[in-house]
Design a protein around this ligand. Structure first.
Ligand SMILES: *Cc1c(COP(=O)(O)O)cnc(C)c1O
Length: 388
């Protein structure tokens, strides 16, 4: 029998990292000591109090059964209280908070609740690939909003054609931003609210990096802005905040009907989040101060080493105020892919070509600060030895 994939899978644009992944394996198999700056996954361990709480919670038989769909009230309350402490926003944990199996899960499911076939979804480019794919899975059409350096990597909403804005159902945003490491001020969120109100568009703000910021800067929540709670939700994740990417825990907050729509999709697909993990997440949100100083200090030092080194080599990179990414302009004469391949073949350094995050990412590569300072210094030494 011939196995045919569904069109929704076939239509997904080709995986742009496939080529570099293949090359990476080839080079690794030759015994080259690779410095992998390609993956946005913290190398630091989860703090001990969180692990201790999981151990205890795992032994409680009450936690071995199906959890509730919307999440334990203790976890949702901890999430609401954390949002109040951190952003000054008051949320009803029953109607305005939903637990997620990582925020990626919520982002992947939200279009199924609100996007009809043919609806337009506004998607930043470059951007986290899930916004585009989840739109396509729901039968929607992504309309890409280019994030350009001259505009601080914020989308220019006034450039969106009237006909597109009228057909748009949903807008994805993400600040602090992956992959550009750009930040948004509240004035931009105010523009977003006015735009979304005018065109009746649901705003989904991805705040995965709200607790990874430097030099004392504290990113704002989209929900701090007046009017935002009548049209939007925000995705939060414990992954980067507490070094918990493998645990799969996050939450969505905001407009009760949008939260409930997402909940209805989830009820039909998953059966919630292991309660022992929710207990550990509750411990994290209630008892650990964010941003966690030890995480920030580590990334800050790495950032300084790497930015200085790259600038000395003559590469174009800004010193980011947030996230653990560097968004680096490629030298003249190279495409993103060509430059990433050169770094891999000549220096054993893995970086992600910017066009993998969308066409508008062409001309850049992304490096993640998720390896030790010693290895970053080694990367700079290797870069100094090659010419481009
Ligand atoms: C890491 C990341 C997420 C997903 O985090 P999980 O909660 O682990 O699913 C979401 N959005 C962006 C932009 C990310 O980089």
């Amino acid at each position: 029998m011939r196995i045919e994939m569904a069109e929704r899978i076939e239509q997904i644009p080709p995986y742009l990292f496939a080529e570099i992944d293949k090359k990476k394996e080839e080079i690794r198999s030759k015994g080259v000591d690779l410095i992998d700056l390609g993956i946005g996954d913290p190398d630091l361990p989860t703090p001990k109090p969180i692990i201790d709480r999981l151990k205890k919670a795992a032994e409680n038989p009450k936690n071995h059964r199906y959890p509730s769909y919307e999440g334990m009230i203790e976890f949702r309350t901890a999430a609401a209280q954390w949002c109040e402490r951190r952003f000054g926003i008051k949320l009803n944990p029953v109607t305005e908070v939903l637990s997620l199996i990582g925020s990626k899960e919520g982002i992947a499911h939200i279009p199924l609740a609100f996007v009809n076939p043919g609806d337009i979804v506004l998607v930043p480019s470059p951007g986290y690939p899930v916004y585009r794919v989840s739109t396509l899975f729901a039968g929607g059409t992504p309309y890409f909003l280019p994030l350009r350096k001259e505009n601080g990597f914020l989308p220019n909403l006034s450039e969106i054609p009237e006909t597109i804005a009228r057909k748009a159902k949903l807008l994805f945003l993400n600040y602090p931003n992956n992959p550009t490491s750009a930040i948004a001020e509240k004035s931009f969120f105010e523009e977003v609210v006015a735009f979304a109100q005018h065109y009746q568009i649901i705003v989904c703000h991805d705040a995965a990096y709200s607790e990874i910021a430097f030099d004392g800067y504290q990113p704002a929540s989209f929900l701090e802005v007046e009017g935002s709670r009548e049209l939007g939700i925000e995705f939060h994740s414990l992954s980067k905040t507490f070094n918990m990417t493998g645990w799969r825990i996050g939450f969505a907050v905001g407009h009760a009907e949008i939260i409930s729509g997402l909940g209805r999709v989830k009820t039909n697909i998953d059966s919630g989040l292991f309660q022992a993990i929710q207990e550990a997440g509750t411990e994290a949100l209630n008892h650990l101060d964010t941003p966690l100083p030890e995480i920030i200090i580590t990334y800050e030092k790495r950032r300084d080493v790497m930015v200085k080194g790259l600038q000395e080599i003559g590469l174009e990179v800004d010193c980011p105020k947030a996230t653990f990414y560097l968004w680096i302009g490629v030298p003249k004469g190279f495409t993103s892919s060509q430059f990433a391949t050169l770094l891999l073949e000549r220096a054993g350094i893995v970086a992600t070509p910017g066009n993998g995050f969308g066409e508008a990412g062409e001309g850049y590569i992304r490096m993640a600060l998720t390896v030790s300072e010693i290895r970053l210094k080694e990367a700079i030494e290797r870069l100094k030895r090659i010419q481009f």
